[in-house]
Design a protein around this ligand. Structure first.
Ligand code: RB5
Length: 147
């Protein structure tokens, strides 16, 4: 599995931590930045990670900012993206099984490193359940055409 990771300055420490955590597990990682603590705009990094997923460069993506809110709002504007902001393990599992989330969002200023690792592990190993949930995902996709 190949995972794209990205963050703004508010999420850079957790993003770097998760990048190394995944690499240590043998998971290939595309780091879309940011690479310094200089203040940047989170929509730019949401766009980079979502583009990597939509282009097939990565199967799924992980986005981090201070709260996780900005990157999740930005990512969910992009065609084909279902970004889930998760601060607990149950939500991480459900976001895959029920919502087929292809982007995991977390907030560096909200959760600790160990919880972020558990959320990431759970999110990566959980699979979409399909069935009735597929109908709902199709309805979400249809909303992309709504103005
Ligand atoms: C940056 O200070 C902060 O606003 C950003 O990381 C994020 O929390 C926005 O939602």
């Amino acid at each position: 599995m190949k995972i794209a990771v990205g963050s703004d300055h508010g999420g850079i420490h957790l993003k770097n931590h998760i990048r190394e955590y995944l690499k240590a597990k043998g998971i290939e990682v595309v780091d879309c930045g940011t690479y310094t603590e200089e203040s940047v705009d989170y929509p730019d990094y949401a766009a980079k990670v979502c583009q990597a997923v939509n282009d097939g460069e990565a199967e799924r993506g992980i986005l981090i900012c201070g709260t996780g809110i900005g990157v999740s709002i930005a990512a969910n504007k992009i065609h084909g993206i279902r970004a889930a902001l998760c601060g607990d393990v149950f939500s991480a599992q459900m976001s895959r099984e029920h919502n087929n989330a292809n982007i995991l969002c977390m907030g560096e200023r909200v959760i600790g490193l160990s919880l972020a690792e558990m959320i990431t592990d759970t999110w990566l190993r959980s699979e979409f359940a399909g069935g009735r949930h597929l109908r709902r995902i199709d309805k979400i996709t249809a909303l992309e055409a709504m103005r």
